[in-house]
Write a protein that binds this ligand. Structure first.
Ligand SMILES: [Ca+2]
Ligand SMILES: [Ca+2]
Length: 167
């Protein structure tokens, strides 16, 4: 009798452990994040999600692709973040192509704004950039050897990186 009570106590504990495991699987596991990062191709960095777009488009066309999937062309707010973005591009294309980011002076030549509306609090222009030669430009990452930023005419067709403000 005593033994069977002990066995059933163990079974109850075991059952409870299994049930809480199942409950965690259903409720606690970050399914959303898995869905976003694995199935949709977005990759999280510091609570925002980024995605490489290999299709070459002009700046406005690339911004449109990003908007169609719920985001904008990527804004960049630290060197760490830009390093992460460069790695993301490299993972998808080992030739490390130039890519459009969300920075442009499309409304007023010389006034740089991010297309997602965030503040311009960090830049990583290549030496001598922006050349800003009196035209409305987009900004390309991975420019030349130093792989920093370059302003160039919006009509150039480049790959791009999109961002979701929240993953
Ligand atoms: Ca310009
Ligand atoms: Ca330039």
């Amino acid at each position: 009798m005593k033994r069977s009570i002990m066995v059933s106590a163990t079974s109850v504990l075991l059952c409870a452990a299994i049930l809480s495991g199942i409950a965690w699987c259903l409720m606690g596991f970050p399914w959303n994040r898995l869905w976003i990062t694995v199935l949709t191709g977005w990759t999280e960095f510091h609570a925002r999600c980024f995605k490489f777009i290999s299709e070459r488009k002009n700046w406005a066309g690339s911004e449109k692709i990003c908007q169609n999937i719920g985001g904008n062309l990527a804004s960049v707010h630290s060197e760490d973040e830009f390093t992460f973005i460069r790695e993301l591009v490299k993972q998808h294309d080992s030739s490390e192509p130039g890519f459009w980011m969300g920075l442009s002076d499309r409304n007023q030549d010389g006034t740089w704004l991010w297309s997602d509306g965030s503040r311009v609090d960090f830049t990583l222009w290549n030496p001598g950039e922006p050349t800003n030669v009196g035209q409305k430009d987009g900004v390309q990452g991975n420019y030349r050897k130093t792989k920093g930023w370059n302003d160039l005419g919006n009509h150039w067709r480049l790959a791009s990186v999109c961002v979701l403000r929240h993953c």
